[in-house]
Design a protein around this ligand. Structure first.
Ligand code: SF4
Length: 372
């Protein structure tokens, strides 16, 4: 059946090559993104995924702590931020950060806190260092997965320091791993349209390289479905592949689709609808195919596409269901869907599609499982 599917596919030659150990190049990646043969892509991605993880699917018991919504970067795709001085602006005080982490540890047994927020010009590096040290003192077993490359850049600008120095100090204070947010599409023409005040592509890549060289592993992301072309999507995927060949510091890749609701891009009529499920499956499958042997883990994006799509994604190359995301506020700001998901619901969602759930920590080490 596989040979038959590949012989009829417009990208059968690339898919056959990957199954025999070839790594796709940029032209191959562009052809994969342009192909409409989602089922052939999924069939091969699923073979590759099962070679690596058989029928297990991981998740992390996690709280998301959006420590501030104050931001001076005004991305057009964001419904979360508030300008300084806004009536709804907030910054979570240190004691409250520690209380939320410690309570979530007791109630839900979390092993990771994901800290992300706006670019708040009033927060100096001490805020982050104090928070990380206090979390580690109270909950030493909880991994700190925090701050996007663009937040690191903001702290460096506030401190008039280098991003390398900021990363080194944050690591010293307890930062374990870096999320991949802030990449969107690594193409400055796209960034000029959707987030003109945010760091440019080369800066995102440079900060990630600095983190990896300091021994801080990270994720990488892609936010597709705004104004980017198919070629720009493919170039984004390949830029991350190139950096990974250099540093080996990316643990996971997370493609997720832009949610237009309540954003400036929707208000301006730039984008009316989200990219939808078929695109999710295609991007998941392409990521597994291109990153096979390079980036080990691939998250299904239940947060913007829902649990049903995330279940399907496990059959299209994804091996990780992501986090429980208790407390998430960024995507909730778009009103997309419920963003509360406990580990019980993740475990049953994984079992419903005949995979074996395993709980991992922020380094993707298995801490429990398989759960049967
Ligand atoms: S995406 Fe981040 S940087 Fe951009 S406006 Fe929202 S909070 Fe600010």
């Amino acid at each position: 059946m596989l040979a038959q599917v590949l012989s009829k596919s417009d990208v059968g030659d690339i898919l056959d090559g990957v199954l025999h150990g070839n790594q796709p190049d940029l032209n191959d990646c562009i052809r994969l993104v342009q192909s409409h043969d989602v089922h052939a892509l999924g069939l091969v991605a699923n073979i590759l995924r099962r070679r690596l993880y058989s029928d297990t699917a991981s998740y992390v018991n996690n709280i998301i702590l959006n420590y501030t919504n104050v931001c001076v970067t005004y991305c057009k795709f964001c419904a979360f931020y508030r300008p300084p001085g806004d009536a709804d602006a907030y910054t979570v005080p240190l004691e409250e950060i520690v209380r939320r982490v410690s309570m979530s540890r007791e109630m839900f047994g979390i092993t990771q806190v994901m800290l992300q927020g706006g670019h708040n010009p009033n927060l100096k590096i001490d805020y982050y260092e104090d928070a990380f040290r206090a979390i580690k003192a109270k909950c030493p077993g909880v991994g700190i997965h925090g701050l996007s490359a663009s937040e690191v850049d903001m702290i460096a600008r506030v401190e008039r320091s280098s991003t390398n120095e900021v990363l080194a100090r944050l690591k010293e204070a307890g930062l374990d791993t870096l999320p991949g947010a802030g990449a969107e599409i690594l193409d400055d023409l796209v960034k000029k349209e959707i987030s003109p005040l945010k760091i440019k592509s080369a800066e995102w890549l440079r900060i990630m390289e600095e983190a990896h060289k300091l021994g801080i592993k990270s994720s990488a992301t892609m936010m597709y479905g705004t104004v980017e072309s198919e070629e720009q999507r493919a170039r984004h995927i390949m830029k991350i592949a190139e950096l990974q060949k250099k540093t080996g510091g990316f643990m996971a890749f997370i493609p997720w689709s832009f949610e237009p609701n309540k954003t400036e891009m929707q208000a301006e009529g730039m984008i009316k609808y989200p990219a939808g499920g078929l695109h999710l499956l295609k991007m998941i499958a392409i990521s597994r195919i291109v990153y096979y042997g390079l980036i080990p883990h691939l998250q299904s994006s239940w947060l913007t596409n829902g649990i049903g799509m995330a279940q399907l994604a496990l059959n299209y190359g994804a091996d990780d269901f992501g986090g429980t995301l208790i407390g998430e506020e960024v995507v909730s700001a778009t009103g997309a869907r419920s963003t509360e998901l406990t580990s019980d619901r993740i475990v049953s969602a994984i079992k419903q599609v005949d995979f074996l759930p395993v709980e991992r920590d922020n380094f993707y080490n298995i801490v429990h499982g398989p759960a049967v």
